[in-house]
Design a protein around this ligand. Structure first.
Ligand SMILES: [Fe+2]
Length: 159
């Protein structure tokens, strides 16, 4: 496997994600997909830096976490199916080793379980999902399942 620098690996994944999103025919959904996947990836970058976790892998998990939903327009069990798809994508790209791929895919697999406290790395993606929903429009109603996490994030980031 060719050694890549951090910036290139993130940009390689982004190239793949961009291609998926550019092929979405529904322009409203496509706009949501760009905002959400890259918004969550940016939130992952911030949270991972603050918590001293692996920033690069957190960003990749963010970019890929809902790719299944946007590629198939099927939201049923999207976290579990999305982890399988993310693994296929990462294997195809061949720029991450097995333990890195496992970390990314495990976070995606578990990201719908917002009520459960998970590993520090998996917590980043779940919290980033909540934070992106909030930052999209702080004046919208927050879902019950995200309220507690959002309050904790506001405290952590002094919002
Ligand atoms: Fe999401």
């Amino acid at each position: 496997m060719e050694q890549k620098n951090m910036e290139n690996r993130i940009e390689k994944v982004r190239e793949y994600v961009d291609n998926v999103l550019l092929n979405m025919t529904d322009t409203v959904e496509r706009r949501c997909a760009y905002l959400h996947l890259y918004g969550v990836a940016q939130a992952c970058a911030m949270i991972a830096q603050k918590r001293k976790e692996n920033v690069e892998l957190a960003i990749v998990a963010g970019m890929l976490h809902d790719i299944f939903s946007y590629k198939t327009m099927d939201h049923q069990d999207h976290a579990h199916k999305g982890a399988v798809m993310a693994k296929e994508i990462l294997n195809e790209l061949d720029i991450f080793d097995n333990s890195e791929t496992d970390m990314i895919c495990d976070a995606i697999y578990n990201h719908s379980d917002k009520a459960v406290k998970q590993t520090p790395f998996n917590e980043i993606l779940i919290d980033a999902d909540v934070l992106q929903h909030y930052l999209y429009n702080p004046f919208l109603t927050v879902s019950e399942s995200e309220k507690m996490r959002l309050e904790n994030l506001k405290t952590e980031f002094c919002l």
